[in-house]
Design a binder for this molecule. Structure first.
Ligand code: ZN
Length: 137
């Protein structure tokens, strides 16, 4: 991703901003010009927040050279405030993960731009600290 493009998208990267469809009322992530459910172009940005839960996950051992230092990569299907998204799970080993566990978003480095040294960040998810989601935290 170019620096300029990253800069334009920075609000979306640092917060979880998806798209809400005014036609069918659904929200999805990542953003798109058209609704992924009904095809309507009557869409707007929508902040996605709320409780996050791990629905499913995959462990990816074969990654690009850029990401090799952090292999294996854990990709999770996460539900956040009723929206399902695929994202990287960080700060956890595969053995710590349980389907249904509560997660929290964190900002993490994704890459370093070679020439400029600019560091790119993105939202990832990790097991929630301070409670198991039972309401006692
Ligand atoms: Zn729609």
């Amino acid at each position: 991703m170019s620096i300029a493009r990253h800069w334009r998208r920075r609000h979306n990267l640092y917060r979880l901003i998806g798209t809400r469809c005014r036609s069918c009322g659904r929200t999805f992530y990542p953003q798109a010009q058209r609704c992924i459910y009904c095809g309507s172009s009557d869409v707007e940005q929508a902040r996605i927040d709320g409780e996050a839960r791990l629905l499913s996950y995959s462990i990816v051992y074969s990654v690009t050279d850029e990401a090799r230092y952090e292999a294996p990569v854990i990709l999770g299907l996460v539900e956040v405030g009723g929206v399902k998204l695929i994202t990287e799970i960080t700060d956890a080993s595969p053995g710590e993960l349980e389907v249904g566990m509560r997660l929290e978003p964190v900002l993490r480095k994704v890459s370093i731009h070679g020439e400029s040294g600019l560091i790119y960040y993105a939202v990832k998810f990790r097991p929630a600290m301070g409670g198991d989601g039972s309401g006692e935290d």
